[in-house]
Ligand binder design. Structure first.
Ligand code: 4NP
Length: 160
C-alpha cells in the first residue's frame, strides 16, 4: 500500500486551497483513511508565503467544525515528484501549474485536475476567489469544497 498524496493549489494559498486541504483532511479522518491519504496546499503566487490562512476563511470553516492550520507556501518544482494529484481551484491556477510543470524534468507525472471537476452538484468550473468579496463568498467556497471533496474521495481507491 502506497499513501496517495494530494496538493490543493490556488493563487495566494490563504483562502481556497488551505480550506480545501482542511476539508479534505477532515473527510479523511472521518473515514479513518489517514493511513492511505494525505493532503497539503500551496499557492501559485508568493505574496502571502509564511502567513496563516485568511481569518475570514478560518472563522467560516471553524463554524463547520473544520480547522485550517496551514501556513502559506508557494508551489515548487519538487511538488511534481512528491504529489500524486495536484488539484487547482480555478482555470488560472491550472494554467500556472501546467506552465511550471514544463520546467520540470521528472518522469513521474501527477494527475492535474480542476477541483470542481470532482463536484457532485455544481456546474461551475472554477472555485470563485473570495478574497475581495464579502463574507458570503467564504460560505460559497466552503459549500463548493465540501461537495467536491466528497466527489474526490469517492473517485480515489485509497486502499489500492
Ligand atoms: P486564494 O485567494 O487564492 O484563494 O488564497 C487570494 C488571496 C490573496 C490574493 C488573491 C487571492 N491576493 O491578491 O493577495
Amino acid at each position: 500500500m502506497v499513501k496517495k498524496r494530494l496538493l490543493f493549489v490556488c493563487l495566494g494559498n490563504i483562502c481556497r486551497s488551505p480550506a480545501a486541504e482542511a476539508v479534505f483532511n477532515n473527510l479523511v479522518r472521518k473515514n479513518r483513511l489517514e493511513e492511505y491519504l494525505e493532503a497539503d496546499s500551496a499557492g501559485t503566487g508568493a505574496w502571502h508565503v509564511g502567513n496563516p490562512a485568511d481569518s475570514r476563511m478560518r472563522e467560516a470553516a471553524q463554524k463547520r467544525g473544520i480547522f485550517i492550520t496551514s501556513t502559506a507556501r508557494q508551489i515548487d518544482l519538487k511538488d511534481f515528484s512528491e504529489f500524486d494529484f495536484i488539484i487547482a481551484m480555478d482555470s488560472e491556477n491550472f494554467s500556472g501549474i501546467k506552465s511550471l510543470q514544463k520546467k520540470c524534468s521528472v518522469t513521474k507525472e501527477p494527475v492535474i485536475r480542476l477541483m470542481l471537476s470532482y463536484s457532485k452538484s455544481s456546474k461551475l468550473k472554477d472555485v470563485p476567489d473570495p478574497y475581495y468579496g464579502g463574507d458570503s463568498g467564504f460560505e460559497t467556497v466552503l459549500d463548493l469544497l465540501e461537495d467536491a471533496c466528497e466527489g474526490l474521495l469517492d473517485s480515489l481507491n485509497p486502499k489500492e
